[in-house]
Design a protein around this ligand. Sequence first.
Ligand code: SER
Length: 312
Amino acid sequence: MNKILVTGAAGQIGSELTPALREKYGHDAVVASDIQQPEGLEDPFVELDVTDRDAIEAVVEEHEIDAIFHLAAILSAKGEENPGLAWDVNVNGLYNVFEVGREYDIEKIITPSSIAVYGSTTPDNPGEETVLIPTTMYGISKVLTELLAKYYYENYDLDVRGVRLPGILSYKTLPGGGTTDYAVEVFYEAIEEGHYEYFVRPDTMLPMMYMPDAVNSLMQLAEADDEDLNYRCAYNVSALTFTAEELTEAIQEHLPDFEATYAPDDRQAIADSWPDRVDDTAAREDWDWEPEYKLDKMVEDMLTNLERKLSN
Ligand code: SER
């Protein structure tokens, strides 16, 4: 990976993965891209809409790109508000990236899948090979991502890799339009308002992960030996699992006056369709996946850093 393109670099994961990649591979070796350059995301940056295949080709050619971290996507809740947009970005955008990858002999493409591939018929603690019948357009697009990754690898030797990410928590950039967003929003409101109204029930339990672990999972998988990979783009990676109520209690350990209320909306059905936890034995065995952050350590780090950020 000598010259890396990151799509969706302004998004929740991109805004932290991009600096981490620059740290490891060299600042100028990583070209960030998104539909708009946000403040704080340094050059090299190109404005890029992944639904425009010619534009992707032009960037790959001009910057002699040989690896792509493809993060541009519409998340689950926003995807249900606008399924056509989710299809266009998540499916047509992905197809464009894979086609350009094939045409230009891109060495590696890393693109995340999600726990959203699962559905209400998925058994508890699922592994990689369990039934995948998602209920959202986002989940459908991620099942397609995994299948296309396998297809392009087997038919065109295109090395596509990815993990099924859970809800990601971070104090730097807010997630946008996901079902798991409550687990980030609650920290902001706890500090600023002393109160948060969850859009899910207190007993809602979902797999989650702190951002440093999410960034590591993608970077570690990118460097793993090809012959060790039994599930190219479909690795479960598990780190945390907690109910909304458990998260409230963990925050109250630090902010005893914080109060939570619960008013489930449409996103509850999506949350209910996803498993409480996933089995990540394959990632641990195939490429030594090991998360660092447990609930208490994550909550402490989130609150310390957010309090500092919000007081500036
Ligand atoms: N965080 C994502 C969402 O809620 C799940 O991958 O849509």
